[in-house]
Design a protein around this ligand. Structure first.
Ligand SMILES: NC(=O)C1=CN([C@@H]2O[C@H](COP(=O)(O)OP(=O)(O)OC[C@H]3O[C@@H](n4cnc5c(N)ncnc54)[C@H](O)[C@@H]3O)[C@@H](O)[C@H]2O)[C@@H](O)CC1
Ligand SMILES: [K+]
Length: 210
């Protein structure tokens, strides 16, 4: 059976890949995002109006990268930013700059969800470590009320990567594209219901983690 990992095991694996093997972080992000793009393009979703809801960490960086890849593929896409930009990751800042070149709207409002035909959830991935409150909780609730298919990037935002429990509230996804290894939290407690169909991109599940 393929290995299931915790958040800390996944972080260790990412850091080993980046710092010891030498694959740059942005290359991992591009590969992850290409997998999400391919999943979206190869499914039967209505792509008339895709709305990416993105945090300011690397899960949000994935979201911006997916937005750019979809725009290049001819899809109308906008990004609703959620959270505190003071906490922007380095990779997110890079993706943001690239998106500006492609004239992607990075400041859409939550109201954009009312007209979305597909939502990409990139608020939190494996970095979630506390109860979701405030703007992020509002965004998650609006996504769930939108009655629109939702693709979660890596984890449905709000699901604990290790326990599958809700961290207050969580995105109820139609499908989740997770990276390299399946996560324990996608397989137990609320995880399976909130993740929908899980795809493991760049599946490393039969390898031993160094
Ligand atoms: N180079 C890498 O490290 C890669 C990361 N990837 C993506 O990056 C994600 C992990 O990124 P991050 O570690 O930046 O974490 P996240 O983007 O999951 O979360 C961002 C930050 O939010 C904060 N936070 C946690 N819980 C919160 C809460 N309840 N309310 C408010 N803020 C909260 C934490 O400080 C956390 O670091 C993965 O799930 C994956 O999507 C992928 O792009 C593959 C490569
Ligand atoms: K997510």
């Amino acid at each position: 059976m393929n290995k299931l990992v915790t958040a800390s095991e996944m972080k260790h694996f990412d850091s080993y890949t980046i710092n010891t093997i030498g694959i740059p972080s942005l290359v991992l992000m591009e590969r992850a995002s290409l997998a999400v793009r391919d999943f979206i393009l190869n499914s039967n979703y209505d792509l008339t109006n895709v709305v990416v809801v993105a945090g300011y960490g690397n899960n949000g960086g994935d979201g911006l990268c997916v937005a750019r890849l979809l725009k290049i593929a001819g899809v109308h896409v906008s990004v609703v930013p959620v959270g505190n930009s003071d906490h922007e990751s380095v990779e997110h800042a890079t993706q943001s700059k690239i998106c500006q070149y492609y004239q992607i709207d990075l400041n859409a409002k939550l109201a954009a969800l009312e007209h979305a035909t597909l939502v990409v959830d990139a608020i939190f991935g494996i970095g979630i470590d506390r109860t979701v409150l405030g703007a992020q909780a509002t965004a998650i609730d609006k996504i769930n009320q939108s009655n629109t298919p939702v693709i979660a990037v890596d984890m449905p935002s709000g699901i604990n990567t290790d326990t599958g429990e809700l961290m207050g509230t969580a995105v109820k996804a139609t499908a989740t594209v997770t990276f390299a290894f399946n996560k324990i939290g996608l397989t137990i407690v609320a995880g399976p219901t909130y993740a929908g169909n899980v795809t493991i991109a760049d599946d490393m599940g039969t390898y031993d983690i160094a």
